[in-house]
Design a protein around this ligand. Structure first.
Ligand SMILES: [Fe+2]
Ligand SMILES: [Fe+2]
Length: 185
């Protein structure tokens, strides 16, 4: 099955595939951080590429699919938003957005102060650990819960909602471009 075309027989496999791409990209960023630390230099081009991936693939597409397709379905099936796992996931999506904005700001200031590259590296490390623990909670707790409570109809409508975002809002070619980037970054 081509990437991104979720099977309507389950609720979350399309999101799990996104997670694999995201984790691959985070591992690649992590090895770049090791180099940047040892050379005392941040490669701005690579960092810009990563920020573009984070804004488009992670936030607009993947978090869009969760916030607009999966979470509303889970709420309809009785999984609470406020004070429950969905609220925590939404809060962490926001923390991720804030970190990306902070990295962008620190990137603008690179070269203006000697210690700016350290700030960039630390912010990237915080982003990596936030996303890893977030994905682990989704894969191991929230998604299995969703599979347990969803009906066949829920699965079909949620998968067509994912498809709407990937194909029409983000664009199939754009989605595939970022998937390839995670292999070549
Ligand atoms: Fe999420
Ligand atoms: Fe996710």
């Amino acid at each position: 099955m081509p990437y991104g075309h979720g099977s309507a027989t389950d609720l979350t496999s399309s999101l799990r595939r996104d997670h694999e791409v995201i984790l691959r990209m985070l591992r690649r960023l992590e090895s770049k951080l090791d180099v940047w630390k040892s050379t005392n230099r941040v490669d701005r081009g690579s960092l810009r590429e990563f920020l573009d991936f984070a804004r488009t693939f992670i936030d607009r597409c993947h978090h869009g699919k969760e916030e607009r397709c999966l979470f509303p379905c889970l709420e309809r099936r009785g999984i609470p938003r406020e004070g429950g796992p969905i609220g925590v996931m939404l809060y962490e999506h926001d923390l991720g957005r804030q970190l990306i904005r902070q990295i962008e700001d620190a990137l603008k200031g690179l070269g203006q102060a000697d210690n700016r590259h350290l700030e960039v590296i630390e912010l990237c490390e915080s982003y990596i650990s936030l996303l890893r623990q977030h994905i682990e909670k989704e894969d191991n707790v929230l998604f299995p819960m969703g599979e347990n409570v969803s009906s066949l109809e829920d699965r079909a409508s949620t998968n067509s909602c994912y498809e709407q975002i990937e194909s029409f809002e983000v664009g199939r070619e754009v989605h595939e471009k970022y998937e390839r980037l995670a292999d070549s970054f």
